[in-house]
Design a protein around this ligand. Sequence first.
Ligand code: FES
Length: 190
Amino acid sequence: MGSFGERVGRRAILKAGIALGIQLSLARESPGQQNGASQRPREGDLLVKVGDATVTPLTPADIPVGVKQTMAWPMDPMDKTVRNGSRLNRVLLLRLDPEKLSPETKSRAADGVLAYTAICTHTGCEVTEWLADEQLLVCPCHESRFEPKDGARVVDGPAPRNLPALPLKLMDGTLVVAKPFTASVAFEVQ
Ligand code: FES
């Protein structure tokens, strides 16, 4: 039987471990659950606007410059499977002046178009708001703010880390995923 302090410490570690386990399971999903629609975006995927029944691949011209984010899903270019089987695949697209982007962010942009996960790293709400004057992404749940011009780093609020980015490139004028998410899409469990 350990001291009170040791017992509290063990409980805290156990609790953290359980929370971490849930979080990781959310982020990864088991291989048995994986199908094309729930697999994370991969190199070569196209992007289609959420709710677009025509599933037309997006181009930079579809993303207005300097305005609120456009929500999109990745799509397998071969069999046209829209990867909407997991909400963790939802991405937000923004188009900003490339000259105002940090070097790393610029390297992930295609003609000024940036893609980040739409899932807030705090407790998983969707980052749906946009502060036009300050050009910041805002999560409506607890007001976390992210700087899209610099890797969607957290500039305010309780979010513990930046929004993972989805690097893009252009192929024949169409937006295409260049690399997987820069980090696991996950959030804190409370
Ligand atoms: S879920 Fe986004 S700030 Fe809390």
